[in-house]
Design a protein. Sequence first.
Length: 315
Amino acid sequence: MVIVLAQQNVPSYGGQAVIEGVMFGGKTMTVTAVRKKNHEIEYFESPRSEYKWITTLKKIPLLRGIVGLVEASANGAKHLNFASEQYSMESGEEVSESPSKLTMILGVAVVGVLSFLFGKFVFTLVPVFLADFLLGKWVPDGVPQTLAEGGFKILLLLGYITAIAQAPLIKRLFQYHGAEHKVINAFESGVELTVANVQKFSALHYRCGSSFLIFSVLVGVVIYSLFSYDSLTERVVQRIVLLPLVIGVSYEVLQWTNKLRDVPVLRYLGYPGLWLQKITTREPDDSQVEVAIASFQKMRELDQKHVQERMVTTG
């Protein structure tokens, strides 16, 4: 997860309160590192949920993708709240104490999940109406219409991301996204995590949320093609009902392509996601890579410490 908060007049950043950070989640800890206006790096650390029922659900194929989405939203809410507090202090605003921090965090998490679902509904249903309205007279129902629908989804997705990518703040966010991927790629290659080493690696990575977006479109085309419909209303209802299945299968495909990325021929299965990342990532500067390294190293340090403490306790 990448965090960038700033006041208006973002392009110059001169004299502005800017909070930029990267969040990494490990096996036991989630850490956000943010760079403050004075260039210092500050950390927010939180343990990952150890509820047995959540752990069990995360092991069940198809369900684990949806559970992971909800968990990521909850974790992201806590870390975004931390970044917002730091931003308020940098801006000279007073940080008010919330009567119920848990209520606020849960609220933001719910909003995050609902926003995602709303986006999925929009990008799922709008192409249905476009395909039916624009091509209904010439393209027959069934697989041909589903393919046309998928084409409209891809065009909408690419158009939307390309449009928002023009905003200076989003460009900055995409640079941190690239830094995040570079750090992971460097770590998986076994090199020392220095700025110079990390900058040599690609800003693209097989296991990325951007890849999930494009896979959800492609997987949706396949799944929707398996079901027939007799009317536009039935088609819309069908898309809504099948949406959880599309999300679950898309997550499994994402994990699958990551595992196959070193297989000469099968590695190309993950290329659609990498192509989309050419829009959602940018080459980071050294200071951005430094923040990403700091977050990742702190996460690994806390993970290892937690494991050692467990060994002592259970031993």
